[in-house]
Design a protein around this ligand. Structure first.
Ligand SMILES: C[S@@+](CC[C@H](N)C(=O)[O-])C[C@H]1O[C@@H](n2cnc3c(N)ncnc32)[C@H](O)[C@@H]1O
Length: 240
């Protein structure tokens, strides 16, 4: 199989600004949520503290840009979503992950950035996630979907809007990894041979799913540790 996946180590905010308009068919991404707590102190904790389940044996590298307050997180999200909009072709897609706390901020940001909001896909992580007695089990995360203007009416498919799949720890290469079957499901709305950008690529899950589905994908990752993990996973040679 030809390797049509590329990983770049760097800051997507700086890199995206240098690329040409209309370069991609879809932006599919899982950015830092800047969430993970009910108080400012909890939100501003290191992602390792917020997202690592107590007692877990696997230790993952931490990552940046997850400790912003709401106002700066909103402005930062609008900034990268505006670049994503410019880089996407007409009728192309934005698919962006969020948790329940950041859902309103994320839907505001994408519309301010110019995208046409098309709805939400729910990811049901199953009962395997940690319970909090006295509250409903917090077992879903969400993928907000949007298009640049009209959607492509030649696509004759209508994928399910709710996906139930666990994140098995044996497949987990990132502190906040997403499962490959979920990513493959999301890519099912795209025309064959699409060109995808994941500006917050982490361990390269979007790129692995894109390769399985026959799409081309470029990933940007700020952390050298996760960039290396993604390159290993995808069989890409690390630049010297
Ligand atoms: C939620 S994680 C993505 C995890 C990914 N979905 C996976 O399955 O591995 C977000 C990633 O964005 C990266 N990141 C944060 N700020 C960034 C930036 N400005 N440019 C590129 N990557 C960034 C972090 O290092 C982190 O790995």
């Amino acid at each position: 199989m030809t390797n049509t996946q590329t990983m770049i180590q760097g800051d997507c905010m700086a890199l995206m600004e240098t690329w040409e308009d209309n370069s991609f068919d879809a932006i599919v991404t899982d950015p830092p949520y800047a969430s993970g707590g009910m108080s400012t102190t909890a939100r501003m904790a290191d992602p390792l503290k917020k997202y690592q389940v107590t007692g877990t044996r696997k230790i993952y590298p931490s990552f940046q840009n997850d400790t912003r307050d709401q106002r700066t997180h909103l402005l930062w999200t609008i900034r990268w979503m505006e670049q994503a909009f410019r880089l996407t072709k007409n009728e192309g897609w934005l698919m962006v992950f969020s948790d329940w706390r950041q859902l309103p901020l994320t839907s505001d940001a994408l519309q301010i950035a110019g995208w046409t909001w098309r709805g939400i896909v729910s990811w049901d992580k199953t009962e395997s996630c940690r319970p909090q007695l006295g509250l409903f089990r917090n077992q879903c995360e969400y993928i907000l979907t949007a298009t640049k203007g009209r959607y492509n009416k030649t696509v004759r498919t209508c994928p399910a809007g709710c996906v139930r799949t666990p994140m098995f720890s044996k497949d987990k290469l990132h502190l906040t990894a997403k499962p490959i079957p979920l990513m493959e499901h999301l890519l099912g709305i795209l025309p064959p041979g699409s060109r995808i950008l994941d500006p917050f690529a982490g361990s390269g899950t979007t790129l692995a799913a894109a390769r399985n589905k026959g799409h081309t994908a470029i990933g940007i990752e700020l952390s050298p540790d996760y960039h290396r993990i993604a390159c290993d996973r995808l069989g890409l040679i690390l630049p010297a």
